[in-house]
Design a protein around this ligand. Structure first.
Ligand code: NAP
Length: 329
């Protein structure tokens, strides 16, 4: 049984566990087309009605896989959120023009095989973009032209989120929020709730660390960002393992392990922790297989975590993790 939540001011109800479609696009090692489709299909079969993708995931592969799977899907139409901006090279604020955004949107419309995008998110633009109202005017005109229904932002930092929601038509903010990234739960969640802005919690498993399966010996393929972006070589280091140094994170995972009830996967437990925040509209774990998608969807069925467990997780965060991340994002 998948629970739903309201998605801000849009009037949409979406499954509280969504599907993050980055790993089925690229930058996570080899995932075959068949495996990718099956992972997404499994999520839909478990009641997922929110998919997050981007034009750059596998240079459009992720969007095209979403289109192919949905072509055959006979259940409820999910909301498909995509992103734009990262095709800019160099990726600079001045590139976020009306013409460029319109061209990116046209390509996503084609990849996804639809006439209107449900939700377009600016894809972690440079901070400067939030200080350029003309970018948001351009998004308003894409809505007026019927190219997109709604728009939101995907941000790196809490401060960017706070700035973005000053624009009245920003309906959603996507931000990293997980047991290793607790800062959004302060001022930002309060402000988002006050304005009825939807919150999309990304990187919920800290790139897989919070499944409890990783060890000091885990190896990652050369084309997996957990190999090539370990120090932020390709994009913000916070997107890889939530920016927590690997050995520090492994140590914290061992402190978390005894808190996970018998019969519950640590992945589902970590997702349930996120759902404890009522400001969160949807959590979007990535999954590369049917089994992972099913394990993640199961989080919606778990009972609430006890106040003692919540406190213990906060203490682990404050002691081991916060010094590495809290002031940075
Ligand atoms: N800038 C942005 O806007 C941005 C940046 C990052 C992510 N996102 C979005 O957020 C979504 C989620 O974040 P993410 O994919 O980076 O990280 P994540 O959800 O924290 O981790 C996903 C990875 O963990 C492993 N995994 C997932 N479920 C599992 C399970 N039940 N058991 C064991 N392992 C499991 C899989 O990789 P392995 O099996 O290889 O370990 C999977 O690819 C993305 O797909 C994307 O849609 C957006």
């Amino acid at each position: 049984m998948m629970h739903t939540r309201s998605f801000g001011r849009t009037g949409w109800k979406v499954s509280e566990i969504g599907f993050g479609a980055w790993a089925i696009g690229g930058a996570w090692g080899d995932v075959s087309e068949a495996q990718a489709r099956d992972a997404l299909l499994a999520a839909l079969e478990k009641g997922t009605t929110f998919i997050d993708t981007a034009d750059v995931y596998g240079d459009g592969r992720s969007e095209r896989i979403v289109r192919e799977v949905l072509k055959e899907w006979r259940g409820e139409r999910p909301i498909v959120a995509t992103k734009a901006g990262r095709r800019l090279s160099p990726h600079v604020a001045s590139g976020y023009t009306q013409a460029n955004l319109a061209a990116f949107v046209d390509r996503s419309l084609q990849n996804l095989g639809v006439e209107t995008l449900d939700l377009l998110q600016l894809h972690c633009p440079p901070t400067e973009v939030y200080y350029r109202p003309e970018v948001f005017d351009a998004l308003d005109s894409l809505v007026a032209a019927g190219k997109i229904r709604h728009y939101g932002v995907s941000v790196e930092k809490v401060e960017e989120a706070l700035k973005a929601i000053e624009y009245p038509n920003v309906v959603s903010v996507q931000i990293i929020y997980n047991i290793f990234r607790q800062r959004p739960a302060g001022l930002f969640f309060r402000e988002a709730k006050a304005r009825n802005v939807a919150v999309i919690a990304r990187v919920p498993l800290a790139s897989g660390l919070l499944t409890g399966k990783m060890t000091r010996d885990s190896a990652f393929a050369p084309d997996d960002h957990r190999n090539f972006n370990r120090h932020g070589e390709a994009f913000d280091v916070g997107e890889t393992f939530a920016g927590v140094p690997y050995e520090v994170a492994l140590d914290a995972v061992e402190a978390i392990r005894p808190l996970v009830p018998a019969g519950t996967s640590m992945a589902a437990f970590a997702l349930r922790w996120i759902l404890m925040a009522d400001a969160v509209s949807v959590v979007i774990p990535g999954a590369k297989s049917r089994a992972q998608a099913e394990a993640n969807a199961a989080a919606s069925e778990l009972p609430a975590l006890s106040p003692q467990t919540m406190q213990a997780l906060r203490a682990i965060y404050e002691e081991k993790i916060a010094p590495h991340v809290h002031h940075r994002w």
